[in-house]
Design a protein around this ligand. Structure first.
Ligand code: DGJ
Length: 744
């Protein structure tokens, strides 16, 4: 997969994609190509590609020795600002207060096969026959630095994973003030910048910016990837659609502060970058020390947004999510949060559990409120032991009863937080993230624990371990409900470490707790969560194969949230709960059918008081659960595709999952508001079917060529007269098509 041509060109290639870079005349690395695979490239092809006429007349030159060479408009691999290139660079360092204008020159390169999965370090992993990594070693002789750029190419994927390591080979300490992970350049600005933005209850909505000269950026400085922006960015060709056109993207395997940006220069070159946010960050590199950036996965497709989503989904399933959960069915859960909030005891929960069991649910998750004196969201975090008012017989007895019902048990934790009234805080006020001054911000009545301090991480681990062992726990919901303010760590101060390292060390501490838990309890399924989807990223997915995507469980809002999430993450990576109506977040009434039709795409759950439902509603749920169990693998691991173009004003969505091996598909059609005399098309094409096969579409038989060229017929809309035949009537409607190939 890796070719080294003519002592100057590096070509990473598989059947789908090529990534090419080369040694520029100044021995730095220049970028040449990322896109559809280029076969049989000759050296003269590469010379042709590398010929470069500067667009920049009369600009600053890189060095006095070569009066023609400038970096000002050159596509590069890991650029440095201020070295005849005035664009934002990927790496910046200082020696004390003196900026170093780094000149990293090629020194050597080596290759390795496969990538081990190292639990403490979220990154891609692969078997020896699945990936090859090319490491380019560059040196900065004037400032005694060694830079290693790692590029990994995988079989059958357009993804290229990148990360970097920098080592101080000198005798004095230096300071890194910026070191990004993902970087690449395109010689055009004919793209839209796409990202996933939002807020609490409306996370990951697809947002578009028209690229033009200047910089557009997204970021987080909250200590978590955040509800507002996601560390995923993409460039979609302006003429592109869900199924056509080139898309280039990046996604960071990291859960903390990040910056993603697209910069268009005066010649319409576009530079895309993603990595740890340089604000509030610097890292001291003492002699012989190394700093390593989180990995970034570059993604490419020439088949539009669906193509990119498919590339990322299959890659993340195979090379980021734990092998243990690959293709593994997730349990159907009942979560008591919206059913009871804090108002519960063991009797109430056991009753809910029994009804859940009777209708086919598989896992009972006790959410917030089971510990210490937690009767509201203003107390007790940090004291992770049973509330004996709610569980007079203790947690073990409760857990045993749940297990005796043949249900799995899940328990909610918020490991990184502490309440001012907790015993933990009384004993260790210095374990809180807080600066030295009087005023301190508080969120949801709680402080953030200093996870940069290993002693804090270990204390929380010991407390959790006890609960996991006592309850023989199957499932953890790991929540995180406030962001970091006044970042300051007593531990760093006492250990002579820089406070500007806090945010990164905090996230490493979070990963350390995950590592401890999963080392000791590898079978526990951890669901990530952060006040809904406030930390939905590949760093968390490395440990938690699924994440609670949003606290908004309304079916209509979920159409947008799940559609946005699916642009960058697999179907199996988010859990969907059917909740009560009127919906608790928006007050909307939707049918049980619509709620279940939306929630069944991905891991399914329920979050409502089943005891309050009518017998016919319970029957409707149990029938759906039966159906879901029969098709769970398809609905969780099938290839997902949007069938209707996505824009800000979608009134209709059409989701599909398809299994190429069996020819089976499930298609969900959703219409938000009813329209009179609609002018919309009557058919939706199915691009995934085979033209030579015949399919059963619910109760009808249709050829693959008709489904592909014409499509499935949309459900009949109510038109004021067709009372008996209308299949969708009124607002908030859905219709499911089950499609099976009939072998002739
Ligand atoms: C926020 C989560 O997103 C909810 O699902 C619930 O667990 C609450 N926290 C509990 O405090």
């Amino acid at each position: 997969m890796i070719e080294y041509i003519g002592n100057k060109y590096f070509h990473l290639k598989n059947s789908k994609v090529s990534y090419i870079f080369y040694l520029m005349p100044n021995q730095q690395l220049g970028h040449l190509y990322y896109g559809k695979a280029l076969d049989h490239l000759s050296e003269s092809d590469l010379d042709y590609l590398a010929k470069y006429e500067n667009k920049a007349a009369g600009t600053v030159k890189f060095s006095e020795e070569d009066s023609a060479f400038t970096l000002s408009d050159r596509p590069q691999e890991y650029p440095v600002y201020g070295t005849s290139d005035f664009r934002s660079g990927a790496v910046e360092m200082f020696d004390g207060e003196t900026p170093l204008y780094l000149d990293f020159k090629y020194h050597a390169h080596y290759e390795s096969k496969g990538k081990e999965r190292v639990l403490s370090k979220p990154a891609t992993y692969a078997e020896a026959n699945e990936s090859e990594t090319l490491t380019i070693v560059l040196t900065e002789s004037e400032h005694d630095l060694k830079l290693e750029l790692n590029y990994t190419i995988f079989e059958e994927s357009t993804v290229i994973a990148k990360n970097q390591r920098i080592t101080n080979t000198g005798k004095t300490a230096k300071k890194i003030t910026k070191m990004l992970s993902g970087h690449y350049e395109l010689p055009s600005a004919d793209y839209d910048f796409l990202h996933l933005s939002g807020a609490w209850l409306k996370e990951r909505q697809i947002t578009r910016h028209n690229l033009a000269q200047g910089t557009v950026s997204i970021s987080s400085l909250k200590g978590a990837s955040g509800h507002q922006h996601n560390p995923f960015i993409a460039l979609q060709h302006k003429q592109g659609t869900i199924d056509t056109g080139e898309v280039f993207a990046m996604n960071l395997i990291y859960s903390g502060n990040f910056l993603g940006q697209a910069e268009v220069d005066e010649w319409d070159n576009t530079r895309l970058m993603l990595g740890i946010h340089p604000d509030q960050f610097s890292w001291t590199l003492k002699p012989d020390e190394t700093f390593e950036t989180p990995e970034c996965i570059l993604g490419y497709s020439d088949k539009g947004l669906n193509g990119l989503a498919g590339e990322y989904a299959s890659f993340i399933e195979r090379h980021i999510i734990d092998r243990k959960w690959q293709g593994q069915n997730r349990p159907i859960v009942i979560n008591n949060w919206e059913a009871t909030y804090f108002d519960f005891d063991q009797e109430k929960l056991l009753k809910l559990a029994q009804i859940s069991k009777d209708i086919g649910i598989e896992c009972f998750v006790v959410d917030d409120g089971w510990f210490s004196n937690r009767d509201s969201d203003r107390s007790s975090l940090g004291d992770w032991y049973c509330d004996t008012k709610k569980f007079p017989d203790g947690l073990k007895s409760f857990a045993d009863k749940i297990h005796q019902m043949d249900l799995q048990l899940g328990i909610w934790f918020e490991p990184e937080m502490v309440s001012p009234d907790s015993k933990l805080y009384q004993q260790h006020p210095e374990w809180v993230v807080r600066h030295l001054h009087k005023r301190i911000a508080i969120g949801r009545g709680q402080y953030v624990l200093d996870f940069a301090n290993p002693e804090v991480v270990d204390n929380i681990y010991q407390q959790m371990k006890k609960v996991i062992e006592e309850t023989n726990l199957d499932y953890i919901k790991w929540d995180m409900n406030r962001n970091i303010t006044e970042a300051y760590s007593t531990y760093l101060e006492q250990n002579g470490l820089n406070q500007t390292e806090f945010f990164h060390r905090y996230i490493l501490g979070v990963y350390e707790l995950y590592t401890k838990i999963l080392t000791e309890f590898p079978n526990v399924l951890i669901e990530g969560c952060a006040g809904g989807g406030g930390r939905y990223d590949l760093g968390i997915l490395y440990y938690s194969p699924q994440i609670w995507p949003s606290d908004d469980s309304d079916a209509v809002e979920r159409l947008k949230i799940q559609s946005g999430t699916l642009l960058a993450y697999p179907l199996s990576s988010f859990s969907n709960h059917v909740s009560v109506v009127p919906n608790h977040q928006v007050g909307r009434m939707t049918s049980m059918k619509m709620r279940q039709d939306v929630a069944m795409f991905g891991p399914l759950g329920y979050e409502l008081d089943l005891d309050q439902l009518t017998e016919s509603e319970k029957k409707e749920i149990s029938e759906r659960i039966l159906f879901y169990k029969q098709h769970r693998a398809l609905l969780t691991f099938g290839t997902f595709r949007q069938l209707i173009e996505l824009d800000d004003r979608n009134n209709e969505y059409c989701w599909s999952v398809y299994d190429g091996a069996t020819g089976e598909a499930m298609v969900g059609f959703y219409r938000i508001l009813a329209e009179p005399n609609p002018s919309v098309k009557d058919y939706i094409k199915l691009p995934f079917v085979s033209e030579t096969e015949v399919y059963q579409v619910n109760n009808e038989t249709v050829s693959g060529q008709v489904l592909k060229q014409v499509g499935i017929r949309k459900p009949y809309q109510f038109n004021g007269a067709n009372h008996d035949r209308a299949q969708v009537k009124g607002d908030f409607q859905s219709y499911i098509y089950h499609i099976k190939s009939i072998k002739q």
